[in-house]
Design a protein around this ligand. Structure first.
Ligand code: FE
Ligand code: ZN
Length: 406
């Protein structure tokens, strides 16, 4: 049987020594840290005979020269990156076969992180050394390749037998899990996997190696072609139209709640922990938000608002919206009121597609007669949409500009 010795290197790399007891040959999978590799090989009493590089990055090939000098081993590296890698004895291309004793490894093109990145797949041992192409619950950053190239690479890895053990080069699983849960929040298998990762990391245990069987239903980058993921993140026009319709419905409910002074319906336009910035105030949480409206509406007989079409920046079930709003006010005093403002909103859709505000800031532009002969207020210019106010931005305080007191 092939033996794999795995050990941490540098800040978050893993080193792997692969040993064939029969031939006594030993391969370093990449060389993040020459000292660590030489020390670990000595500890195992293994003689390093080969280096198999996956790609040229220094945390993968930086130890080549020192290990080769110390052991006289042969360096095997991707042909496409051979000129960037030290000490290459054999440049290999996708489809080539690399041997350790009688064990054969297929060279697979997994370009994308770097354009010549390769993986070593040993079918007889059911293991693949994938470098920075695929991680547990993630994949490598696309430094050199294109999305199409990266997807084709992941498709090659997906096509391996599910039982394949995947040796990834970094311990990135915990942060990958956070992204994966954001990308695929309704996936119970992922949720369980992420919980196990949290527990493992809390105990200081590695989450590498993983297996293709574990990654296929959970890794969002392997699931990019899944209909559920496509529906959520497809980014197609249908998604945008659906989101815009949902957000316009939210605005319609909002207008209706204000006109009818239906405070419960108004509260339901916000998430529980929403923040609403209006009239120089910062209101946090639904009870305070509703309480503010109740106090303000005391001044009014009726308020009818008109929301224009929202300018939207959509990302899955969250959106930034910037919307012009006019407001006709009937004060209890009998005086009419008209104003114009902009609503900046962060919005979220729940499971059933109902949108709510999680953050909103109302910037008052104008107050006066509806023919706009009244006064416009000095406005901070946040830039072209969808530019947003900075986090600590406040709003025009109505009470200081008058008009709202009735
Ligand atoms: Fe890398
Ligand atoms: Zn790396």
């Amino acid at each position: 049987m092939l033996e794999v010795h795995q050990f941490p290197c540098l800040s978050d790399n893993y080193g792997f020594l692969v040993h064939d007891p029969e031939s006594t040959e030993t391969a370093c999978i990449d060389t993040p840290d020459a000292d660590a590799y030489l020390r670990e090989a000595a500890r195992c009493r293994w003689q390093i005979t080969h280096i198999w590089n996956t790609h040229w990055h220094p945390d993968h090939a930086g130890g080549n020269a020192a290990i080769k000098a110390a052991t006289g081993c042969k360096v095997i590296a991707p042909a496409a990156e051979a000129e960037k890698i030290e000490g290459v004895d054999r440049a290999v291309r996708p489809g080539d076969v690399v041997c350790l004793g009688d064990w054969e490894a297929a060279v697979i093109d997994v370009g994308g992180h770097t354009s010549g990145h390769i993986a070593y797949y040993i079918p007889g041992a059911g293991m693949a050394f994938v470098g920075d192409s695929l991680f547990a619950l993630g994949c490598g950053r696309m430094f050199e390749g294109t999305p199409e190239q990266f997807w084709a690479s992941l498709a090659r890895l997906k096509a391996l037998p599910p039982s394949t053990t995947l040796y990834c080069a970094h311990e990135y699983t915990a942060s990958n899990a956070r992204f994966a849960l954001h990308a695929d929040p309704d996936n119970p298998t992922l949720r369980k996997y992420a919980e196990r990762v949290t527990a493992q990391r809390a105990r200081g245990e590695p989450t590498v190696p993983t297996s293709l069987a574990r990654e296929l239903p959970t890794n969002p980058f392997l699931r990019a072609d899944d209909p559920a993921m496509q529906a959520r993140w497809g980014g197609g026009n249908a998604d945008f139209v659906a989101a815009e319709a949902g957000i316009r419905q939210l605005h319609a409910r909002y207008v209706d709640a204000v006109f009818r002074k239906d405070f419960a319906a108004f509260g339901d336009c916000f998430t529980d922990d929403a923040e609403w910035r209006i009239a120089g105030q910062i209101l946090r949480g639904r009870p305070r938000i509703v309480g503010f409206l109740e106090r303000v509406m005391d001044n009014f007989h009726r308020v009818i608002m008109t929301f224009r079409t929202p300018i939207l920046n959509l990302e899955g079930r969250t959106a930034l919206a910037r919307t012009y709003v006019t407001e006709n006010n009937g004060f209890k005093s009998g005086r009419p009121g008209f104003n114009i403002g902009t609503y900046y909103e962060r919005l979220v859709a729940d499971e059933s597609g109902v949108w709510r505000r999680s953050w909103a800031l109302y910037q008052l532009h104008y107050m006066g007669p509806s023919d706009l002969t009244g006064s416009f207020f000095e406005q901070p210019d946040y830039g072209a949409p969808p530019a947003f106010p900075p986090g600590d931005a406040t709003t025009v305080n109505y009470s200081k500009v008058g008009g709202n007191k009735g």
